[in-house]
Design a protein around this ligand. Structure first.
Ligand SMILES: NC(=O)c1ccc[n+]([C@@H]2O[C@H](COP(=O)([O-])OP(=O)(O)OC[C@H]3O[C@@H](n4cnc5c(N)ncnc54)[C@H](OP(=O)(O)O)[C@@H]3O)[C@@H](O)[C@H]2O)c1
Length: 279
């Protein structure tokens, strides 16, 4: 099989578990993230199980870096799966960096791979439950289309909305808005990719046991109480969802979001029942 699967954020958490799941299915794996040491650990792990894997350090917020990643992946074979799992949570940076990584990063990944994807392929972007839980009135949806025409105005518009909120909750607001944008972008990008026979979906994790999840542990435990399944998700439980959605036998699945949250949103979770923003 010379199908190539690219995984952003593949050095840890959900991306790492998904690399294993896609490797088991016979894909060659190309991982990216900003920290080479983390990526190399995963590459070594994958190779030890017979999976053909390579790492290329990169930053999803940097458009040229994602173009380079796409070129590198395309040289290895047919790129049929892009799992875009890289992201930053409210505890990981300032609001502008969170927005650039999560929102602009998704635009950069989709645009870069639009050029190289094989017709049987699937792009999967990653949102967050906070996109469902943050009140809709917070979302600057009128700004979202600018992501395709004017990136500077897009970022200014997104950050203008974030700055309407008190400083103490801005990282959470930036996270919620950026992840709501991811769902919108994947949904509307499906038509562009569909013309080339490629599918685009988003996957929305609830509270998962990962390095990022650890930073959100207090909030996560509040959410677990609202869930149908009273524990955190295990990374491999969503890894197999990514793998199933990417499978070409799921050829009619596109332009939609898949929520995998242990029944938390259905259980009526609310960001107002906990401290520290909407992340
Ligand atoms: N875990 C949860 O409970 C949860 C809940 C909702 C949504 N999510 C979403 O699921 C995705 C995966 O999260 P996770 O829990 O697996 O977190 P994680 O373990 O922190 O993994 C995220 C990965 O993204 C990489 N990354 C961050 N910024 C990047 C950038 N600018 N360019 C390239 N790579 C970057 C990080 O590596 P470097 O720092 O080395 O770049 C890291 O390996 C994220 O998009 C997150 O928002 C997770």
């Amino acid at each position: 099989m010379d199908d190539v699967c690219v995984i952003t954020g593949g050095g840890s958490g959900l991306g790492r578990a998904t690399a294993r799941a896609m490797g088991e299915r016979g894909y060659q794996i190309v991982l990216t993230g900003r920290t080479p040491a983390k990526l190399e650990t995963v590459v070594t792990e994958l190779r030890a199980t017979g999976v053909d894997a390579e790492a290329l350090a990169g930053d999803v917020a940097d458009r040229e870096s994602m173009r380079q990643l796409a070129r590198t992946a395309a040289k290895r074979g047919q790129v049929t799966a892009v799992i875009h799992a890289a992201g930053m949570s409210p505890h990981m940076g300032d609001p502008g960096v969170i927005m650039a990584t999560n929102a602009l990063g998704t635009v950069n990944v989709n645009d870069a791979f639009y050029e190289v994807m094989d017709a049987r392929g699937c792009v999967i972007d990653t949102s967050s439950m906070s996109a469902y839980l943050t009140p809709k009135i917070v979302m600057p949806t009128h700004v979202y289309p600018l992501s395709r025409t004017d990136r500077s105005r897009f970022m200014r518009g997104m950050m203008r909305r974030v700055h309407l909120f008190p400083r103490t909750v801005r990282t959470g607001v930036a996270y919620g808005i950026s992840k709501h944008f991811v769902i919108w972008f994947a949904r509307t990008d499906a038509a562009r990719f569909g013309a080339r026979g490629v599918r685009v979906v988003s996957v929305t994790p609830g509270s998962f046991d990962t390095p990022m999840g650890d930073l959100e542990s207090e909030e996560s435990m509040t959410y677990v109480r609202n869930s149908a399944i009273k524990r955190l998700g295990r990374p491999e439980e969503i890894a197999h969802l990514y793998a199933a959605a990417a499978d070409e036998r799921m050829g009619y699945l596109t332009g939609t979001d898949i929520l995998c949250d242990g029944g938390c949103v259905a259980g009526g979770a609310s960001p107002f029942r906990r401290r520290g923003g909407t992340g």
